[in-house]
Ligand binder design. Structure first.
Ligand SMILES: Nc1ncnc2c1ncn2[C@@H]1O[C@H](COP(=O)(O)OP(=O)(O)OP(=O)(O)O)[C@@H](O)[C@H]1O
Ligand SMILES: [Mg+2]
Length: 380
């Protein structure tokens, strides 16, 4: 395949949680997706320990960047920009990525793009299915978030329609796995057990699906409690807990609500595409049920391959490349990590100090940017 060199070549760095991800893309083409995970180091604690994650990012950063460059077969000097997750996520973990991105961008004289982790989870689908339709309806389901988002422009205009009022979907999977003693993270293992179980064995509650409930919001805390109580009752009665049936029935309740509300949002807003992103989008039952319900409703479903659903650097590079392609302002050098960056802020541009100006792709601005910065820092 002829290589398109007119599309932006961007390296993306992701460190918001426990994966150190470095991806390289050219426009919508994935060239490298290197991930180093510290998940094994957290497993014995049953959740991610922020300090352990930060230290692991620090150790993995340079080797992972080198591996990505080697895999992509590109030289760092040819990059058109460096993108990094500026938030939301764990503050200390984000800081490692932001610091590394700044160091590389500064040393190489490349524009820096601090981008939103959640918008990246959506934008990654451009690597799989090409340009996102505008607007895109996205169901974002991950370890920390469950939201329905309407995005007329993924680089600049993302509108939340609804979100969870308590636990995120992934968090519910992790908690139920813990109650069942299945280890951490819970999503993949519950997904596996559920394949052997009966999804209709136990009728668990569907949160916020009553006629007076908010249409696009989610709640998984009541479900979590119901499942935990059901398991406790079995144990108290000295009976065996049918793990596969519990996993399948719990998963069914989550997936039923997610897909029902997502399809409803598409219909209400006249959007004929649904994108599902975030770690829980790797769930096989969610993918199957969404496929069926979307087909019934005449909606085209877009879900990236599982590896691109969980945290990775390619998704950050994908959003960075879109920022470059659209001439969005690059970030200023005082870019900081924002652990609670709102989903409405796709990227974190400059603070009006003259550095965060737009960089049209291919116009040779990289060096100007570098010079301005050097001058300011050295002489002012
Ligand atoms: N096959 C699966 N089925 C269900 N859940 C899954 C599956 N695979 C992963 N998950 C869940 O996805 C979550 C991790 O996803 P992701 O990496 O996007 O989350 P995060 O980065 O921790 O959170 P956020 O993106 O909100 O900051 C975990 O809760 C995990 O249990
Ligand atoms: Mg994530």
């Amino acid at each position: 395949m002829a290589r398109r060199t007119d599309e932006p070549l961007v390296l993306g760095i992701e460190t918001s949680c426990d994966e150190t991800g470095v991806g390289i893309v050219r426009g919508h083409t994935l060239l490298a997706d290197a991930v180093a995970s510290s998940v094994d180091e957290h497993a014995r604690f049953g959740g991610v320990v922020p300090e352990v994650a930060s230290r692991a990012h620090l150790e993995a950063m340079v080797p992972t960047i080198q591996r990505a460059l080697k895999d992509a077969g590109v030289s760092a000097k040819d990059l058109d920009g460096i993108a990094v997750t500026a938030g939301p996520g764990l503050a200390g973990a984000l800081l490692v990525g932001v610091s590394a991105a700044k160091a590389y961008a500064y040393a190489l004289g490349k524009p820096l793009y601090g981008v939103n982790h959640l918008a990246s989870h959506i934008c990654v689908d451009q690597l799989e299915h090409g340009a996102l339709p505008e607007p895109t309806m996205a169901l974002l389901v991950s370890g920390g978030h469950s939201s329905l988002l309407l995005a007329p422009d993924i680089t600049a205009d993302v509108r939340p329609l609804g979100s969870t009022i308590d636990d995120a979907a992934g968090e519910a999977f992790d908690k139920i796995a813990r109650v069942l003693n299945l280890g951490f993270p819970g999503g993949p293992v519950i997904d596996r057990y559920a394949r052997e179980g009966d999804p209709d064995a136990i009728r668990f509650p569907r949160g916020l699906t009553g006629p007076r409930d908010p249409i696009y919001d989610f709640s998984f805390s009541g479900l979590k409690t119901a499942v935990a109580r059901w398991i406790e009752a079995k144990r108290a009665a000295g009976e065996n807990v049918p793990v596969a049936d519990v996993a399948a029935s719990f998963q069914e309740a989550v997936v039923d609500v997610l897909t029902r509300k997502a399809v409803r949002a598409c219909k209400d807003h006249g959007v004929d595409h649904l994108m599902i992103g975030g770690g829980v989008a790797a769930n096989t039952r969610l993918r199957a049920m969404a496929e069926r319900r979307c087909e019934d409703a005449g909606i085209t479903l877009r879900v990236p391959r599982p590896k691109l659903c969980t945290d990775n650097g390619a998704m950050v590079a994908a959003l960075g490349a879109e920022m470059v392609a659209r001439g969005r302002a690059s970030s200023s050098w005082d870019l900081s990590a924002d652990s609670s960056l709102p989903v409405t802020e796709s990227h974190v541009p400059g603070h009006g100090d003259g550095h965060g100006h737009g960089h049209g792709h291919g116009h040779g601005h990289d060096h100007d940017h570098f010079h301005e910065l050097s001058k300011d820092n050295l002489y002012s």
